[in-house]
Design a protein around this ligand. Structure first.
Ligand SMILES: Nc1ncnc2c1ncn2[C@@H]1O[C@H](COP(=O)(O)OP(=O)(O)OP(=O)(O)O)[C@@H](O)[C@H]1O
Ligand SMILES: [Mg+2]
Length: 358
């Protein structure tokens, strides 16, 4: 059997365009370990995030391009990832942490913490190493939602964050007895968050998710300034008033030059578990509309669902308890969209439009 031409293989792969970066895989140096053995061609595609949602599409395009090369009988494509790092708007990065993502909203109770936990589980399911910094020092509930019953180990003056379902977590809930009213004054809050950023051994993380406290006041603004964020997502509910709330959320991050990766609509329609009838309890489409009006990407929607709420209360997120549920897939879909948006941002191109939200 004649040997396949290596030159022709490279030529074919240089016609495959990476859908996010709009350049070919060879120019982007994404092809490694190319081996040709008789009629068998194998190589690895090096992604910028393990949570890349475009793997199947890229594989298909490579197979199609290589179909034009004579003599190929078998193609084996592997994937690996070297997650790129954010620029953190000139702030000192957290050691070992490549990207830091804020989950925020204009107002309370829309599901920020629930979304933070389920996105973390979604990113992990897609292969990423993930942590959550519970920045809600007034009402910290991430440890409960992740089912963590231990406290951080202290080594010298550094904390080792406990893991919940494989997600590293640091929270004020570990440091005060349950039920203690938490009243922080500005400088104290500053000190605590700084400790969470600097004195915690976060280890090797692709994504650190920051669950923000509700609101867009001074405390939240200084938090957004203090943590070296690579981007922020806004969680909203679908009713019309949510546009004003989202605008406030976006304006806050704009003030501190943190790019907005997009809007997630939470508590979309309710699907009756008995008759499958869909009821838009909080109206419909507000998240998408807000994204359109504010000129930011719409990242996806999550319905109102009993398992989401129960999963949060039990410390068993739906992505762990019901891995095959369509809602688990929706969280993974949004997680993939976010990972893509971060990769594009890290590549230096700026398709993410920063509108005027004030
Ligand atoms: N999609 C959903 N379906 C059902 N229940 C949900 C959903 N999202 C959130 N919840 C529930 O709504 C309540 C509020 O959610 P959560 O605590 O995540 O909101 P939050 O925005 O973080 O609130 P806060 O502003 O107080 O920090 C929780 O009981 C949670 O389980
Ligand atoms: Mg919360």
């Amino acid at each position: 059997m004649s040997q396949v031409s290596e030159e022709k293989v490279w030529q074919a792969l240089s016609r495959v365009i990476e859908p996010d970066f709009k350049k070919d895989l060879v120019t982007l140096k994404m092809i490694e370990d190319l081996k040709i053995d008789g009629g068998k061609v194998s190589f690895t595609i090096v992604l910028t995030t393990p949570a890349c949602p475009l793997k199947d599409e890229m594989k298909k395009s490579c197979n199609e391009a290589l179909a034009t090369v004579d003599g190929i009988k078998d193609i084996e494509i592997a994937f690996t990832a070297r997650t790129t790092s954010g620029s953190f708007a000139g702030k000192t990065p957290i050691t070992g942490v490549r990207n830091v993502l804020a989950v925020s909203s204009g107002k309370g109770g829309v599901g920020k913490s629930t979304t933070s936990v389920n996105l973390a589980i979604g990113l992990k399911a897609l292969g990423a190493k993930v942590g959550i910094l519970d920045a809600d020092v007034y009402g910290p509930n991430i440890p409960m939602m992740l089912g963590i019953n231990t406290t951080p180990k202290q080594v010298g003056n550094r904390f080792i964050p406990p893991l919940g379902h494989g997600i590293a977590c640091m929270s004020m809930a570990f440091l005060v007895p349950p039920g203690t009213p938490l009243i922080w004054r500005g400088p104290m809050l500053h000190g605590i968050i700084q400790q969470f950023v600097r004195d915690v051994e976060w280890g090797d993380l692709d994504y650190l998710i920051v669950d923000m406290p509700p609101g867009t006041g001074d405390a939240q603004l200084s938090l957004a300034q203090l943590v070296p964020l690579s981007g922020a997502v806004i969680v909203t509910t679908p009713q019309e008033v949510s546009l004003a709330d989202s605008r406030r959320g976006l304006a806050m991050f704009q003030k501190v030059n943190v790019p907005i990766l997009g809007i997630i609509e939470n508590m979309s329609t309710f699907v009756c578990p008995n008759c499958s009838h869909e009821t838009p309890i909080f109206s419909q489409g507000g998240g998408e509309l807000a994204a359109k009006e504010l000129k930011v990407p719409f990242l996806g929607r999550i319905p109102i669902n009993l398992s989401i709420r129960e999963g949060g209360d039990k410390g068993l997120p739906i992505g762990v308890g019901e891995p095959e549920s369509p809602i688990t897939k929706s969280y993974q879909h949004i997680a993939g969209n976010i990972a893509s948006a971060i990769s594009i941002l890290n590549s230096g191109s700026k398709p993410i439009q920063i509108g005027n939200f004030a």
